[in-house]
Design a protein around this ligand. Sequence first.
Ligand SMILES: NC(=O)N[C@@H](CC(=O)O)C(=O)O
Ligand SMILES: [Zn+2]
Length: 431
Amino acid sequence: MNILIRNGRIIDPATKTDEISDLYIEGGKVKKTGKGLKPKDKTDKVIDASGCYVMPGLIDLHVHLRDPGLTYKEDIVSGSKAAARGGFTTILAMPNTKPVIDSADRVKYVQNKAKELSPIHVMQIGAITKGQAGEELADIEEMIEQGVPAISEDGKSVMNARLYKNAMGIAAKYDVPVFAHCEDRNIVGKGCVNEDEHSRKMGLPGISNAVEDIIAARDIILAKETGAKLHLCHCSTKESVRMVELAKKEGIKVTGEVCPHHFTLTSDDVDPNDANYKMNPPLRTKEDRDALICGLKNDIMDVISTDHAPHSREEKTMPITRAPFGIVGLETSVALTITELVDKGILTPMQMAEKMSYNPAKIIGLDRGSLEEGKAADVTIIDPDAEYVIDSMTFLSKGKNTPFHGRRVKGLVKATICNGKIAYIQDGMTR
Ligand SMILES: NC(=O)N[C@@H](CC(=O)O)C(=O)O
Ligand SMILES: [Zn+2]
């Protein structure tokens, strides 16, 4: 089946294109872009993308699919359907599953299941230590051979710097990036929200910026010594932004990621009776949020990822002190990015495409994130003007844990096309 996308605003960072045009997909590839394209065949699907962005398929570097072992929260099928609805054609799954993905066989399990059942590309990240216990390196080389796009201990930091440095040495040798979750276990204590006036008033144990900053600094120093590519996950503090900026100036191979909840909300928004405001790292102060936004605008921060972290209703209705950290993000990130950043003139649509597709592809060395003729047809069509209220009950994800339920937003994914096939489409979009 071939697809003609008509009259969309084609936004392609790879070719620096931003113009109203058509795009023809044939044999799973972008065959042609240009004005006035006609369907070749009566069986061609035609999508009217008037008023819509047509971007290279979005890539989410930070997703928790919970498969294997925690599939009551999410599984590969529900997670990828949610991702497709959110505009993503490629997602990277974190290894903090049960068991932890720390061997080639376990990587293979996800790869095979995804290949069979997912409408989009799912790439599995390998853990850094066995069982994420922080004591012994996992067989990183064997997982790299099996095709992991990155290694990560996400959910925690490898506290032993010697072990971590060894892992970075291996990553550098194979030019595979290290995705760092920065959290000093020794000082985080029982913290569940940002440590500030608000947390003190609520009587909740806090998490200070130092919890993140100490490890971010350490990891940047280790990246410098080992030459590894370091990607700082879910940056939440103003100091993290500053460190990424300085490290880049020094020529250290570091990239920074920001999640929509961290550029949308602050610790003042936290409802102490709602664990959907609890995530790791926590919502920070207005000063931190403004620094993240500024970092995105100035291209210090390279990536917007979701850190999609589904949990069950039972888990998230526990008191905030006991509930697990994390919120879902796959089905809200396009809308929050458009509402909070593009619509306010902070990011151009081109920057949005860079941070949600082009840069993520570059970081993992993936030949995606581009709409150039001849490339694989991974395409996302978004209506930036569609206004609606987020309803978590409509999520395709098993996780409904979001603080954004009931929030009015702009920006709706109309269609997601993966390898030239429709992975998700809104009713009434094709002829
Ligand atoms: N972000 C979170 O709050 N939680 C994540 C772990 C993580 O990404 O650090 C999870 O696995 O639930
Ligand atoms: Zn994390």
